[in-house]
Design a binder for this molecule. Structure first.
Ligand code: SF4
Length: 343
């Protein structure tokens, strides 16, 4: 199918969207601020978490770490603790590192330029564009999957969104629609339209402010857009853990900064041969990560003496913990769930 965007009046569509946003935009707590620190935190939290799920975390995080300096000076463990339940903990580690970066490179003052924001740890083009447009008025589109979907449909544009140049393509297309002023509101309007109206399934076209201009809708071809050819096949991975306990005490260790679940706590991944006689149960847990399907086997090992537990901890550098203490530490979701069952 040929691109039909030449038939549309780009700016007119952009203005319509902005007008809709002024009366129908979501009334979210962080919308009332231009503080780049708060916008940054909320953009990172809500990248992979639904607004309703993440709002409490956002408030708690901001209350405990109200500015760059407080976050930079905090203990990593505490930052991870305030992230508990949001998953994708590398986001919290990156926030922490980026706060330290801002203290060192910008004396604690959040950088204003898009290029500088982009250099912060864990900040990609989308987040840098959102911060610089919302807080500093830069005319830069914060293109994400919502933009791909809405624009593909409005212009019945068959550009493949899995193509590596999709970001550039849709950024340029957005720039043609973006009004000279209010770039931040325009970006927020696209986010709201994509998540509330032009949803991946069952878009609410009847109440969409763009329905008169939307080519896919008017051609009755919504299901054809966006075009996505490549599907990334998830990788299957198997992991084994041993929940080694004596009484109410068990063994944990903090992960290093490699692979998945950086800096989170986990159980031993192997045990001495002699411990196999103390295996009492095994639980299989299936867990999905982006592009990974994990099958996790968790074996429960009940040791008969405290000495065995202590010796193992000492030899392999594990910490002896109980349920109360572990609730103040962050674990990967499947292990956290396991601890809840044990409880
Ligand atoms: S009319 Fe429907 S398909 Fe078109 S932009 Fe609106 S919600 Fe999306």
């Amino acid at each position: 199918m040929k691109t039909k965007k030449q038939n549309a009046d780009f700016l007119h569509v952009g203005e319509k969207l902005l007008a809709w946003y002024r009366t129908h935009g979501r009334d979210l707590p962080f919308r009332s601020t231009n503080d780049p620190y708060k916008i940054w935190i909320c953009e990172i939290i809500f990248q992979q978490t639904r607004i309703e799920q993440g709002l409490n975390h956002y408030h708690n995080f901001i209350n405990r770490f109200p500015d760059v300096e407080t976050l930079a000076n905090a203990d990593t463990e505490e930052v991870l603790l305030y992230w508990k339940g949001l998953g994708y903990y590398s986001r919290a580690l990156n926030l922490h590192k980026a706060a330290q970066q801002i203290m060192e490179d910008y004396q604690g003052i959040f950088p204003e330029k898009y290029e500088d924001i982009l250099q912060l740890k864990g900040v990609g083009k989308y987040t840098a564009a959102a911060i610089s447009s919302i807080c500093f008025g830069a005319k830069i589109p914060a293109v994400d999957g919502n933009f791909y979907r809405v624009l593909s449909r409005v212009f019945a544009d068959d550009f493949d969104v899995s193509n590596s140049s999709a970001f550039k393509y849709f950024s340029e297309l957005t720039l043609r629609m973006m009004p000279e002023k209010h770039a931040g509101h325009f970006n927020e309007a696209m986010m709201d339209l994509g998540s509330e109206i032009c949803k991946p399934r069952n878009p609410k076209c009847e109440i969409c402010p763009l329905n008169k201009d939307c080519l896919a809708f008017n051609l009755g071809k919504i299901q054809d857009f966006p075009v996505k050819s490549k599907k990334v096949k998830p990788q299957d991975l198997e992991l084994t853990y041993y929940f080694v306990q004596f009484g109410h005490s068990f063994l944990i260790k903090q992960r290093k900064e490699d692979f998945i679940w950086k800096k989170l706590y986990e159980f031993p991944v192997e045990i001495p041969e002699s411990f196999s006689r103390y295996l009492v149960s095994m639980k299989t847990v299936l867990h999905k990560l982006t592009h990974k399907n994990l099958t996790i086997y968790i074996y429960k090992v009940n040791l008969p003496t405290k000495k065995l537990l202590n010796d193992f901890a000492k030899e392999y550098d594990f910490t002896i913990e109980n349920l109360e203490g572990s609730s103040k530490k962050s674990f990967p979701k499947p292990l956290e769930n396991y601890l809840k069952i044990i409880e």
